[in-house]
Design a binder for this molecule. Structure first.
Ligand code: 0O2
Length: 217
């Protein structure tokens, strides 16, 4: 018997808020499971887990409207799906910078994902000092009668980079983008210190691993 083919649907058929958010929520669940499996397999093969923790969130309606406004778009479902890339967002926190790149590669090698872009703010930090590795992907969400390719923004960063970004975000929120230059400059200096710290910790981690190898019979 011929298998019934399931049509690939896009968001043009979706007009109501609840359905759109249901699809993004489902995309997050699917991606969370993938990341869980990647982490478990990594543990099996390399005897340690690269991921410290994972945070997933759906962007709030207020933040979606704010972002559309910031980019000069009217607030409607079509514009939010087209122009707001981080409605579904996942943040993966790793101990070491080298693990960030390993994880990014493992995600990019998943055959059912499409990579829209990557932004390497670790090799190319933002002017603020922000460091993180970003991936924008689409993941297929399987519904009963169709498949919807859905965007998920993945940010991968170290514990120290996350610590920094959280404080900087707090500063921007408090001062609404008009941060006092002395505080912004000191934070920028901290970003450089954190980068050195990450490098040193990675080096020490390697030393510890190699020391084990040398001493284990
Ligand atoms: P929030 O409140 O975290 O959701 P785009 O998302 O592509 O439309 P942009 O700015 O070109 O917009 O993308 P980019 O640079 O990849 O940034 C996306 C997200 O990365 C931001 O989402 C932040 O979460 C984080 N980010 C980027 N730059 C900085 C920074 O300088 N400091 C901090 N703390 N976080 C940053 P939102 O929607 O701007 O914010």
């Amino acid at each position: 018997m011929e298998r019934k083919s399931i049509p690939v649907r896009d968001f043009r058929d979706v007009h109501d808020w609840d359905t759109v958010m249901f699809i993004y929520r489902s995309a997050l669940k699917t991606m969370d499971t993938k990341i869980d499996i990647i982490n478990d397999e990594f543990l099996k093969r390399h005897k340690y887990t690269p991921i410290e923790h994972v945070k997933s969130r759906l962007k709030s309606p207020e933040s979606i409207v704010k972002k559309l406004k910031r980019h000069g778009y009217e607030s409607n479902i079509e514009n939010m799906v087209r122009y707001v890339n981080d409605i579904a967002g996942i943040r993966i926190i790793c101990s070491f910078t080298s693990d960030i790149y390993l994880l990014a590669d493992m995600i990019m090698n998943q055959r059912d994902l499409s990579i829209i872009y990557t932004k390497d703010y670790i090799k190319h930090p933002k002017r603020s000092g922000y460091r993180s590795y970003h991936l924008l992907i689409t993941i297929p969400v399987y519904l009963s009668d169709s498949i919807v390719d859905t965007k998920v923004e993945i940010q991968i960063r170290s514990v120290a980079q996350d610590f920094w970004a959280t404080l900087e975000h707090k500063m921007n929120y408090k001062f609404e983008g008009e941060s006092p230059p002395n505080i912004a400059n000191e934070l920028k200096e901290c970003a450089a210190l954190i980068s050195q710290l990450d490098e040193k910790m990675q080096y020490l981690n390697l030393e510890i691993q190699n020391y084990d190898k040398k001493t284990t019979p």
